[in-house]
Write a protein that binds this ligand. Structure first.
Ligand code: PMP
Length: 400
């Protein structure tokens, strides 16, 4: 039967239904602020949104979106190659290129299509892609479409990357190396300095997905490569407007002028409608705010440290360093589901992550921190986790 392959997912859905827990696609019924909402009938602190700087509800971004909708209407009804290129789209491309200090930028309708489209197009038959084993689904999807030879290196392991580049001999020069900035599930940062050193030694092109690190890392918020001081080694940056910038959309920037030719070869760019002008306008405003208000990044890291230190002090396994993504790793699926519901009951919404979305066989209670959280809200989140321990739902020594 065509549907046989979905049986394990159907069983999982049935289990959740029987238990009366709905962690996936939980519906937000009301948004009270960037960090509070009514989800499934309950007022909760939002700790699973990727709204790292809280800009989705910034009044300046909202005004920019409103003005654009008045001027341009609700949608473009066409792709960038047809009728969907408005001056706002071009202005955002100019803004992003300038932000990264390069000449070339492409704006996409989603972050997924930016990453997937670039990976699918940059390398082709006869080329080699070396990607981090824990890469995001959009990267895997793109490289699969590319037709290139795809080789995985161990997660954030430059020695393994170097070994595989060495084995490629002359072909190393024609290799696309793919890494992310902050990894979305555990919040760890890629060792980009060492990865760039491998590229310098063996050749190839470096592609970095800064989806979770743009706005969060680097002196001016450009991301993990800026923080590592290796931007010169990066050939292509991609990122999203759906996290720190609080909207939806994606981009690729590059110092290579060829990007302007490649633009016309990317299916995910050509065959989809362009972003609504209101989204482009709020994104431009959010980018301006990121550039001019570095204190937002400081606040984000203050909150990230507060949550990380709090959960670590409880003895929970939270990963090696503080980050805007703080994930608690759990071994047992059933216990993780119970904990997710208990956190909701305690007024905290987090992400429940199950394999293969989590990088190992573990389950995750994934928290994302925002600059818009108050210290009191972060303390409330820590208290909610403490109650998981005091009620015996979690035994810190046995979580993962
Ligand atoms: N790349 C990475 C690393 C991501 O984590 C995500 C989204 N979680 C994307 C790309 C896709 O971005 P978007 O959700 O904005 O389409």
């Amino acid at each position: 039967m065509l549907f046989d392959k979905f049986q394990s997912m159907a069983d999982f859905q049935a289990e959740l239904r029987d238990r009366g827990v709905a962690p996936f696609g939980a519906v937000t019924e009301e948004l009270l602020s960037a960090t509070e909402g009514v989800v499934q009938g309950k007022r909760v602190i939002l700790a699973g949104t990727n709204n790292y700087l809280g800009l989705s509800s910034d009044p300046r971004c909202i005004k920019a979106a409103k003005d654009a909708v008045e001027r341009w209407g609700t949608g473009t009804t066409g792709s960038r190659l047809a009728n969907g290129s408005f001056v706002e789209h071009q202005a955002l491309e100019d803004d992003i290129a300038e932000f990264y200090g390069v000449e070339n930028a492409i704006v996409f309708t989603t972050g997924y299509s930016a990453t997937m489209g670039m990976c699918a197009t940059l390398a082709g038959p006869g080329d080699v892609i070396l990607l981090d084993a824990d890469s995001h689904a959009s990267i895997y999807s793109g490289v699969k479409q590319s037709g290139a030879e795809v080789i995985r290196f161990k997660h954030s392991n430059p020695e393994d990357l170097a070994k595989r580049m060495r084995r490629l001999g002359d072909r190393a020069k024609q290799t696309l190396i793919i890494a992310e900035g902050i990894y979305s599930m555990l919040g760890d940062v890629a060792p980009l300095r060492d990865i760039a050193a491998v590229k310098r030694e063996y050749g190839g092109y470096l592609f970095v997905d800064e989806a979770h690190s743009m706005g969060a890392l680097g002196e001016t918020g450009r991301g993990a490569a800026q923080a590592a001081g290796i931007e010169e080694d990066v050939d292509f940056f991609v990122g999203t407007f759906s996290k720190s910038l609080g909207a939806i959309g994606g981009f690729c920037v590059s110092r290579h002028p060829e990007l302007q030719t490649i633009r016309y070869c990317i299916s995910a760019y050509i065959f989809t409608a362009s972003s609504a002008p209101s989204i482009i306008a709020s994104t431009r405003e959010a980018l301006r705010i990121i550039r001019t208000e570095p204190e937002l990044r400081d606040k984000l890291w203050h909150n990230a440290n507060l949550l990380y230190d709090g959960l670590q002090a409880l003895g929970l396994p939270v990963g090696p360093t503080a980050s805007p993504v703080v994930a608690v790793e759990m071994e047992d699926r059933s216990a993780t589901i119970e904990c997710w519901q208990a956190l909701m009951d305690a007024g905290v919404y987090v992400n429940l992550v199950v394999p293969p979305a989590s990088p190992s066989t573990n389950f995750l209670l994934r928290n994302s921190v925002s600059a818009a959280h108050t210290s009191a809200q972060i303390k409330h989140i820590v208290k909610a986790y403490a109650s998981l321990i005091s009620t015996g739902l979690v035994n810190p020594t046995k979580t993962a």
